[in-house]
Design a protein around this ligand. Structure first.
Ligand code: FAD
Length: 451
């Protein structure tokens, strides 16, 4: 995911500060349980430990990191299966951590892309610019229509209301689909039929480059986790909370504390597989159901040699089917190895999760052959993600679905009573769906407890 420069910046920090004011603090030395050892859980735990609290982190998986997960399956090329980029380096708290931990990074530029249409035809720069301008114009009309309308609708419906889709030629239709998938669905991980036309981009962003970690996100995750009391393979089943404390029941035992910070991903909350006693307030349940949980998946293909345009950061492809392998990252620049990373998102991503590895690879290879010809080599090895089927997340990250707004994220973030606190990317109204948003949410939840 490499978030584009959307203009509408929603600075909701004052609302968050208001929430901080309401928090009831716990004295130093008090005990806090943090559920989840992803970016938000680690940030919360570190903040609390630094302030003198006793913290236990309960993690269901047999590893830390959650949706920041560096695979070392290829020993000479560590690769991120979840988050890849620090999106916007300026004032981003993850940049400061990466500097502190000496993590090597490589910048990529989404505009440094070569775009292929059918029949191995690369688009000229001016053709790409004209495609972008036409599609931007359509999105402008969508925003205008959405702003005027009392009732929220999906981006897809808003496009249909502003454009006579039937009058488009096949090639224009495919180019529009490419743009919508590459620009919106790959970033927000929701389908245009699900994304709110009024609010899908109600969020802030940091300025600066987007950078990838040469040794993976693990470089900062491992350092954040150092010295913390993290219990792995503790699958939380029940969270019981009163004004006096919390009791957490896991697959392995029972834990008690003064307070708990829940960082369960939105996808897990949606499934109702963790029981809250008493049940969560209606407002929070509504927020859980209103926000969307999107899907973005990765396919890494390792080849015997580089056969693609190695000077570009991105390779784009306009397929006849929306979303089919529309964007590839040239990982040669990052790893110095002949590796490509293909993305799929939203509807196509959900569909491919049901396929065998073999079918996923051949579908990706079919597209690469359309771009580079039949003589390209077969991959020598592959790595594939299936985030929607992962029982510890059930999706990749949250998005603003029809009917939701950025305040829905705030409702998800609100503490319940004096003992139950919430963090995680979906609780961050300013920077949702990101690793830095998750980090900041963890710090915010810890500060609510510190007071
Ligand atoms: C494919 C992909 C690409 C992405 N790309 C980027 C990117 O380039 N840049 C970016 O900034 N962000 C990116 N993101 C988003 C980013 O990874 C997430 O927003 C962030 O990592 C979420 O952190 P979190 O702490 O909120 O949740 P998580 O990391 O999911 O942490 C929650 C933890 O809770 C644990 N858990 C779940 N259920 C239970 C249970 N019942 N009991 C105990 N523990 C449980 C999970 O195992 C997990 O460790 C990407 C995500 C994906 C999936």
């Amino acid at each position: 995911m490499n978030r584009r420069n959307f203009t509408q910046m929603m600075l909701t920090i004052p609302t968050f500060l208001g929430m901080l004011g309401k928090a009831q603090s716990l004295q130093r030395g008090g005990k806090v349980i943090v559920i989840g050892a992803g970016m938000s859980g680690l940030a919360a735990a570190r903040t609390l430990v630094a302030a003198g609290y006793t913290v236990q982190v309960l993690e269901g998986r047999d590893r830390i990191g959650g949706r920041t997960w560096t695979s070392e399956y290829w020993r000479d090329a560590p690769l991120d299966m979840g988050a890849s980029w620090i999106e916007g380096t300026e004032k981003n708290p993850l940049s400061a951590l990466a500097d502190k931990f000496g993590a090597k990074r490589v910048a990529t530029d989404e505009d440094n892309m070569i775009l292929y249409g059918p029949n191995r035809q690369a688009f000229s720069e001016s053709r790409v610019e004209s495609l972008e301008a036409r599609c931007e114009e359509i999105l402008k009309r969508v925003r205008k229509l959405a702003r005027k309308s009392d009732k929220d609708i999906s981006i897809q419906d808003a496009i249909a209301a502003t454009l006579d889709l039937k009058s488009l030629s096949t090639s224009d239709r495919q180019q529009l689909d490419f743009y919508l998938n590459n620009t919106l669905e790959q970033d927000y991980a929701g389908d245009t039929s699900e994304l709110s036309a009024q609010s899908y981009d109600d969020q802030g962003e940091f300025e600066g480059d987007s950078v990838m970690f040469v040794d993976g996100y693990k470089t900062i995750v491992d350092r954040l986790a150092k010295g913390l009391d993290i219990r792995l393979r503790q699958v939380v089943k029940q969270i019981s909370h009163t004004q006096n404390g919390v009791t957490i029941t896991t697959s392995q035992g029972v834990f008690t504390a003064d307070k708990v910070i829940v960082t369960l991903p939105l996808g897990v909350l949606k499934k109702n597989i963790v029981q809250f006693v008493p049940p969560l307030p209606e407002e929070k349940q509504r927020a859980i159901s209103l926000l969307g949980m999107g899907v973005l998946n990765k396919l890494y293909l390792r080849f015997p040699k580089v056969f693609w345009d190695a000077d570009y950061d991105w390779l784009g492809y306009i397929d006849e089917q929306k979303g089919r392998w529309s964007g590839w990252v040239n990982c040669f620049k990052l790893t110095q190895k002949p590796i490509l990373l293909g993305f799929n998102s939203a509807v196509f991503a959900k569909e491919t999760e049901r396929w065998s590895d073999k079918d996923i690879v051949s579908s990706g290879m079919k597209v690469l052959r359309s771009m580079y010809g039949n003589s390209i080599p077969a991959p020598i090895d592959t790595q594939i993600t299936r985030w929607a089927s992962d029982p510890f997340t059930f999706g990749s990250y949250s998005f603003i679905a029809v009917g939701a707004t950025h305040t829905t994220h705030e409702q998800l973030a609100k503490p319940v009573g004096n003992t139950l606190f919430f963090a995680g990317e979906a609780t961050n109204a300013v920077h949702p769906a990101s690793a830095h948003g998750a980090y900041l949410s963890g710090v915010r939840a810890a500060r609510e407890i510190i007071g």
